[in-house]
Design a protein around this ligand. Structure first.
Ligand SMILES: [Zn+2]
Length: 188
């Protein structure tokens, strides 16, 4: 279908995109009409981004959203690909220390709480996403307000090793630098 219709953009999970690239390879077909990939709803690393870009010949952007919060998403990367812009007119976001419940400042890592501002049928207040990220100062040319970093892990997955907060995603980052490891995704 991608080939038949000359599809140029795809929005799916990174693992599905990886699957697509593998199927295309098995079928000995190319998906070279694709130019843009927006991937989310699953944890993925920078090394996975590079792999998807190489295998699918597109530019890969991160997106963040949860079905509880309203689709299609809460935050997206812009062409700078340095943090995800939040739709501030639709969501109020806070970063909370999951241990103390205190609100954290920009640059401090904590759990993302989101209050949808336009959702009607199922209003939510300070929804605890369980996702760990931090707010970034607005230094982007887009000038669309503060951004969040890519999701670093799940708040209930955090390990404290010798006093340092460690997430499985950080271990994945190191492991995927080893070529023999392959392209496995961490499952949170
Ligand atoms: Zn931007």
């Amino acid at each position: 279908m991608i080939k038949d219709f000359g599809v140029t953009a795809i929005h799916c999970t990174p693992s599905y995109a990886m699957h697509l690239s593998e199927v295309a390879e098995e079928m000995d077909t190319s998906l070279d009409s694709l130019k843009t990939g927006i991937f989310g709803a699953g944890a993925w690393s920078e090394s996975v981004r590079k792999t998807l870009e190489r295998r699918l010949g597109l530019t890969a952007y991160d997106s963040y959203g949860l079905s509880e919060l309203f689709e299609p998403g809460v935050a997206f990367e812009c062409p700078e690909r340095n943090g995800l812009h939040i739709w501030h007119d639709s969501y109020l976001v806070e970063i909370i220390d999951p241990r103390t419940g205190e609100q954290l400042s920009d640059g401090e890592q904590g759990e993302l709480f989101v209050t949808p501002l336009v959702k009607e049928a199922m209003p939510l207040l300070r929804y605890c996403t369980g996702d760990v990220t931090m707010l970034l100062e607005d230094s982007c040319l887009c000038r669309r307000g503060k951004k969040i970093t890519r999701i670093m892990g799940r708040s209930n997955d955090m390990l404290v090793i010798r006093g340092i907060n460690v997430f499985p995603s950080q271990i994945e980052y190191v492991l995927l630098k080893i070529p023999e490891v392959g392209n496995q995704f961490m499952v949170y």
